[in-house]
Design a protein around this ligand. Structure first.
Ligand code: SAM
Length: 252
């Protein structure tokens, strides 16, 4: 269980200095309860957001798909579900640097045999992917880029492994713009969510979550960064009042 992992660094410190080692330890520690808390704390909206991503990216019928910061593999399973409905059968690779999260992904893949998407899960740092240039038609990342040590380097690395014209889909939390939604969301995200997260995971990781979201670029600012890092035709779609945002782009 989570309590057997070493103590986590202070969430403020983690937001200021995202060392790979500390981020990995945090995800190792919360891996047993990660999926449960994701669905609970988002009132199942996380499933809806991944489904939206899946539907949008399959329009281009990608053959080779890489999901980085794959965690427990939910983006791959969401795409595979939609792909099956459309009678598409792409190849899937999921990469993450937390072995404990990948173990959950493997276990889920075994249980979800009916999807028969047979993803390959590998341990890899998003900043140094073990793939040649232009290996994939589609690269996805959900709730992952916020945690990497160097955002621009990660986006350039994703561009390197994507075929020219290929697609990138990023799903990430964002800060709602409407004042009422913003205020209610702030109370929930900064006070209620960390308390429930602490009770169930036994860690302070859910204090890191809202702090890291408020410091992360979103909307047009994030789109500009994408454009600086080799991505064109960037489209920004706020989801659920802007609590999350889907960014789509093509490799230049
Ligand atoms: C919030 S989880 C998201 C998991 C999954 N994409 C989802 O939609 O639920 C973030 C994941 O990113 C991974 N991660 C963070 N930084 C990483 C890096 N530099 N390289 C590889 N994985 C990383 C963590 O181990 C964790 O599994």
């Amino acid at each position: 269980m989570s309590k057997s992992f070493p103590p986590l660094p202070d969430p403020d410190e983690l937001v200021e200095r995202k060392s790979a080692k500390n981020i990995r330890s945090m995800f190792d520690a919360i891996s047993p309860t990660y999926d449960f808390l994701n669905h609970l704390l988002s009132a199942e909206m996380d499933r809806l957001w991944r489904r939206t991503l899946a539907k949008r990216v399959l329009a281009s019928q990608p053959q080779r798909i890489l999901d980085v910061c794959t965690g427990t593999g939910d983006v791959i399973f969401a795409i595979a579900k939609q792909a099956k409905k459309q009678e598409l059968s792409p190849q899937y690779v999921g990469a993450d640097f937390s072995l404990a999260m990948l173990r959950q992904a493997h276990e889920k893949s075994r249980r979800q045999g009916a999807l028969s998407c047979s993803p390959t899960f590998i341990r890899a740092d998003t900043l140094h992917l073990p793939f040649p240039e232009k290996s994939f038609d589609l690269v996805t990342v959900a709730f992952g880029l916020r945690n990497v040590e160097n955002l621009e380097r990660a986006l350039q690395e994703l561009a390197r492994v994507t075929h020219p014209g290929g697609q990138l889909a990023v799903l990430e939390f964002s800060n709602p713009r409407m004042p009422v939604v913003r205020r209610l969301y702030h109370i929930y995200f900064h006070h209620i969510l960390p308390a429930i997260g602490w009770l169930i995971s036994g860690t302070k990781a859910y204090l890191y979550l809202p702090k890291s979201v408020s410091k992360f670029p979103d909307g047009k600012e994030f789109a500009t960064i994408l454009e600086r890092c080799g991505w064109i035709n960037v489209a920004v779609t706020p989801l659920t009042g802007g609590i999350a945002t889907l960014y789509l782009g093509n490799r230049s």
